[in-house]
Design a protein. Structure first.
Length: 398
């Protein structure tokens, strides 16, 4: 009853916020651009999704242009000779309406411009940014909801579990045909072998730590499983499968959009999904010492108030990230990382950590982390308080 009352209380708030946050105001007919419109941008909510936002610390446009150049001039018309009415800086996310065809700019080999609106104080600047200076980012609410619905349909009423091999604690998986990576790009470390039959002599692929699975049956030392991460039924040695905090009824889902560098947060109540939060996020980078955040369906395994991370070279504690939710291998959803200002010699125990940092301008821009999903710290704290181990899943989409 308390849960239902909370949703009812937030419903009116959600409707009000929808009007001012989720949708940018549409121009009157007389204000519409006279230029050829190539594309329009919006992130409409599915009809069967209710908004009850519980976190509204930042204005988050649902369609924006991420400035990827060093900066961009906002001009009154899509023409390089038009007056400059505003500026946008590197990695700024400017609300966008449309892509239009304007004056050709030879230096950039394009005649395409983004029609944008930037809020400055109590004023809204309407203008145009050359398209090559940024890229469009949207919130894929429909795809996010579809992923949550698919997982709920798979999980509810089934015997569920997750792959458990954090830091290879349950044994390093065997090499796949002499290699430490399978044909699908999944690495051996912190994974389990998923065999095609109930035999360790059968062919297999790797299935990553944290992956949610449905247990179909037990055969000797194997669980026969399936997962939404890839098609087919597989056989995983029991030691790699954990039923601890098994999800019986999926109630809460955090959906990470790796392509657009953002996330939507959903809660199920009374037969309906509610969007309770949405925000920018930063995922893992493919680079030396770093890995992309893997696509798929994962268990919210555990929560820590401080996730400690190590220096890539020395392997000493380099800092911490607050309010961590682990969902696979060493991948956490967490707040803004805080680098350690070392006050003790290398090798000695660290007893002091600097205070938390709330904001980073790189959140929601390009992949930068080691595999984790970075949030504004206040949003990470919201997720940390809101999530319930045994009822919460993390989904990563493209």
């Amino acid at each position: 009853m308390q849960k239902k009352s909370r949703f009812l209380a937030f419903s009116l708030i959600g409707v009000l916020i929808l009007a001012t946050v989720l949708y940018m105001p549409q121009p009157a007919a007389a204000e519409m651009t006279p230029y050829e419109i190539v594309a329009t941008y919006a992130a409409p909510l599915p009809d069967h999704l209710t908004v009850t936002l519980q976190y509204t610390t930042y204005f988050i446009p649902t369609a924006s242009v991420l400035i990827t150049a060093g900066g961009a001039n906002i001009r009154s018309m899509p023409d390089p000779s038009a007056p400059i009415v505003g500026k946008a800086v590197h990695f700024e996310k400017v609300p966008v309406r449309a892509l239009v065809r304007g004056s050709y700019v030879a230096n950039y080999l394009t005649d395409l411009w983004y029609e944008v609106e930037k809020i400055v104080g109590d004023q809204t600047i309407h203008g145009y940014i050359l398209a090559t200076l940024g890229e469009v980012r949207i919130f894929q609410f429909e795809e996010m909801l579809a992923a949550a619905q698919a997982l709920k349909a798979e999980v509810d009423g089934q015997t569920t579990a997750y792959i458990s091999n954090y830091k290879n604690w349950n044994g390093l998986a065997p090499l796949h045909q002499g290699l430490a990576i399978d044909p699908y790009g999944v690495k051996r470390s912190q994974s389990a072998p998923a065999y095609l039959s109930a035999s360790t002599t059968a062919d297999f692929r790797y299935i990553a730590d944290g992956t949610l699975v449905t247990i179909l049956e037990q055969i000797d030392s194997f669980y026969k499983i399936r997962t939404l991460n890839f098609p087919g039924d597989y056989y995983v040695p029991k030691r790699y499968v954990s039923l601890q905090n098994s999800i019986d009824q999926l109630m809460k889902v955090i959906v990470i959009d790796r392509k657009n560098q953002n996330e939507g947060v959903f809660e199920y109540s009374g037969g309906h999904w509610f969007l309770v939060s949405y925000s920018f996020a930063t995922t893992g980078e493919l680079a030396k010492y770093k890995e992309p955040t893997d696509l798929g369906y994962y268990m919210a395994i555990n929560k820590v108030d401080k996730f400690l991370y190590l220096d890539d070279v020395t392997r000493e504690i380099a800092g911490y990230a607050p309010y961590g939710i682990r969902f696979g291998g060493g991948a956490y959803i967490h707040g803004v990382p805080v680098n350690l200002r070392r006050t003790v010699p290398v090798g000695q125990r660290v007893t002091y950590f600097p205070p938390m940092i709330e904001y980073s301008s790189t959140i929601g821009t390009i992949p930068r982390s080691h595999k984790c999903v970075r949030n504004y710290t206040s949003h990470a704290k919201y997720l940390w308080d809101w999530s319930e181990i045994g009822k919460t899943a993390v989904i990563v989409i493209e």
